[in-house]
Design a protein around this ligand. Structure first.
Ligand SMILES: *[C@@H]1O[C@H](CO)[C@@H](O)[C@H](O)[C@H]1NC(C)=O
Ligand SMILES: *[C@@H]1O[C@H](CO)[C@@H](O)[C@H](O)[C@H]1NC(C)=O
Ligand SMILES: *[C@@H]1O[C@H](CO)[C@@H](O)[C@H](O)[C@H]1NC(C)=O
Ligand SMILES: *[C@@H]1O[C@H](CO)[C@@H](O)[C@H](O)[C@H]1NC(C)=O
Ligand SMILES: *[C@@H]1O[C@H](CO)[C@@H](O)[C@H](O)[C@H]1NC(C)=O
Ligand SMILES: *[C@@H]1O[C@H](CO)[C@@H](O)[C@H](O)[C@H]1NC(C)=O
Ligand SMILES: *[C@@H]1O[C@H](CO)[C@@H](O)[C@H](O)[C@H]1NC(C)=O
Ligand SMILES: *[C@@H]1O[C@H](CO)[C@@H](O)[C@H](O)[C@H]1NC(C)=O
Ligand SMILES: *[C@@H]1O[C@H](CO)[C@@H](O)[C@H](O)[C@H]1NC(C)=O
Ligand SMILES: *[C@@H]1O[C@H](CO)[C@@H](O)[C@H](O)[C@H]1NC(C)=O
Length: 462
């Protein structure tokens, strides 16, 4: 009787609710369990997504049963893991047990039940990423290793230290796409042997519990591996040069540094002497050079010069460089070069080129005799025409149309004419229209020459 009553009450209620549903209200939609997750295998949480609410306030209830039991339990804690979740504390979590979990959505009209979700805690364990990753380099026997250390993910429970995490480490050089992943095992440190000196690395670790899932990768650590640390390479003496046969300077190419600051010392001995001297002046001629002033310059003597590069790890000595000052004279270039356009009596234009000897050269004393070399080419030309000028510091040529076609046909003539004169002006018979000529004057001495560029633009002469 009572049952009948209940049944008819239900029927009435149902009819009423159906009427309500016609006004846009209905059963709730089917909820869906979206994720179950354990951080440390001792507790776990499940989250669901509500279906439509049927236009009415809807309550959600989670039920579960365990594989070995008939009994059905309700979720012990809807709060801890946030909205639409259920948290299973330790007392409600059994590993190696399959949970059958469902969510029921209920509103005034009725209820709807989710598909069951079967969960084994061991397989849904996904720990947080390891923390406090540090990386450093250690060098021994000139091989650099990379040491990484980290801590297990923090868990709410101190006893969680009893967990055994497995770790994986990955690294790559900065800018590369591909990671190298290394299984580490259960230790919380790893030594990557033989990293590339001078490279920058990025390192991350992640962890896993039992058969669960890998955690996210930890935050990145960047490290610069120092350059290989070793004695310096051999320095090289590039050249020695005297501008005027009274002083000289030697230059060297510094050694690559082996990862440490480096010092260079220049040592020399003179032919027939045992004594080894150090460079008298590292400053005057600039970096990586040694200047020998008059006091330290002797003639008809062979200098045996070496450069020694030293860093913390040791030193390395250049090959010896043997120098006789007489043979390394190379004057500085001439100075005060001028080019002047003049017109002759018969109104044909000509050019006068003048220059002065380089300031250091003691020309007057006859200690040094400078010879000059002049070379010229049209601006677009490839090949230089070289003219020996001997000791004169003046040269001239006429400006002629013909110069553009056969540029220096007449220059030969000019040369012989000028050379036959002393430093006075000479006149030549040609002209040039709108053209550009490169003129370079050099000083020649002891078969070595230096050149200096100079440009002249001629316009509008006929
Ligand atoms: C449960 O929800 C699904 C989809 O959300 C819906 O198709 C079904 O009719 C609902 N069941 C009931 C009893 O209202
Ligand atoms: C777990 O159960 C034990 C004993 O049944 C109880 O003392 C303890 O308070 C419970 N812990 C939690 C978090 O409910
Ligand atoms: C899981 O639970 C649901 C709802 O309680 C039930 O319908 C289903 O048969 C259960 N599955 C198993 C394998 O016990
Ligand atoms: C939902 O739960 C609240 C609080 O437990 C209760 O007062 C209300 O009647 C429930 N609503 C439905 C539709 O079950
Ligand atoms: C990580 O480092 C922070 C700060 O150095 C420290 O407070 C924390 O205890 C460390 N965590 C672990 C798990 O070692
Ligand atoms: C000196 O440098 C050369 C290469 O420049 C290298 O082969 C040699 O090992 C170095 N010597 C020392 C003692 O490091
Ligand atoms: C030049 O000097 C170097 C280093 O001091 C020495 O090893 C070498 O034997 C010397 N050469 C001569 C020819 O004396
Ligand atoms: C290089 O020279 C400086 C100054 O003379 C000195 O302080 C430093 O110790 C030297 N370094 C080496 C590697 O010899
Ligand atoms: C170069 O010209 C300048 C100024 O015209 C003059 O002071 C200097 O003495 C000249 N140099 C030489 C070496 O003739
Ligand atoms: C230089 O040439 C001029 C003109 O030809 C001449 O008068 C003079 O004597 C010459 N001087 C010398 C030193 O040859």
């Amino acid at each position: 009787m009572k049952q009948k009553l209940t049944s008819s009450v239900q029927t009435i209620l149902l009819l009423a609710l159906t009427a309500v549903s016609l006004m846009g209200q209905s059963y709730p939609g089917k909820p869906k369990i979206i994720r179950c997750h354990s951080l440390e295998k001792e507790t776990f949480s499940c989250w669901w997504k509500p279906g439509s609410d049927g236009g009415l306030p809807t309550n959600y209830t989670m039920f579960y049963s365990k594989d070995s039991e008939e009994k059905i339990y309700e979720c012990p804690d809807y709060q801890t893991s946030g909205p639409n979740s259920c948290y299973f504390d330790k007392n409600h979590t059994n590993p190696w047990t399959t949970y059958n979990i469902t969510v029921i959505a209920t509103n005034e009209i009725g209820s709807n039940i989710s598909d069951p979700q079967y969960v084994d805690v061991t397989s849904i364990v996904q720990p947080d990423a390891p923390v406090n990753l540090t990386v450093e380099t250690k060098t021994s026997a000139s091989i650099t290793n990379l040491w990484a250390k980290w801590s297990p993910p923090p868990t709410a429970d101190v006893r969680a230290n009893s967990h055994v995490y497995h770790y994986e480490l990955r690294l790559k050089t900065e800018g590369m796409e591909e990671w190298e992943t290394i299984p580490v095992g259960v230790q919380t440190q790893y030594n990557v042997i033989k990293v590339q000196p001078g490279a920058k690395y990025v390192v991350q670790v992640r962890c896993m519990l039992d058969l669960g899932k890998w955690s996210e990768w930890s935050s990145e650590r960047h490290i610069q591996i120092p350059k290989r640390q070793s004695p310096p390479e051999k320095p090289t003496i590039i050249k020695c040069r005297s501008p005027e046969k009274e002083t000289f300077t030697c230059w060297w190419k510094p050694a690559s540094n082996g990862g440490y600051p480096i010092n260079h010392t220049l040592l020399y001995s003179k032919e027939g002497e045992e004594q080894v001297y150090e460079c008298p002046d590292y400053k005057t001629a600039g970096t990586n050079s040694c200047y020998f002033d008059k006091k330290h310059t002797s003639f008809w003597t062979i200098y045996n010069i070496t450069v020694k590069a030293t860093n913390e790890m040791g030193s390395n000595v250049s090959d010896p460089h043997y120098v006789d000052v007489t043979y390394i004279v190379q004057p500085d270039p001439p100075v005060n070069i001028t080019l002047e356009l003049k017109k002759s009596v018969n109104r044909k234009p000509y050019l006068i080129l003048t220059w002065s000897p380089p300031p250091l050269a003691d020309v007057r004393s006859g200690w040094l005799t400078l010879e000059y070399e002049l070379r010229l080419k049209p601006q677009e030309g490839e090949e230089w025409e070289v003219r020996m000028l001997q000791v004169f510091t003046r040269w001239c040529f006429l400006v002629d149309k013909i110069l553009s076609a056969r540029p220096f046909l007449h220059a030969d003539y000019a040369y012989s004419r000028c050379a036959s004169l002393n430093n006075s002006v000479c006149f030549l018979e040609y002209r040039v229209k709108d053209m550009v000529v490169w003129i370079v004057v050099g000083v020649l001495s002891s078969l070595i020459c230096l050149i200096m560029s100079w440009i002249m633009i001629l316009k509008g002469y006929r």
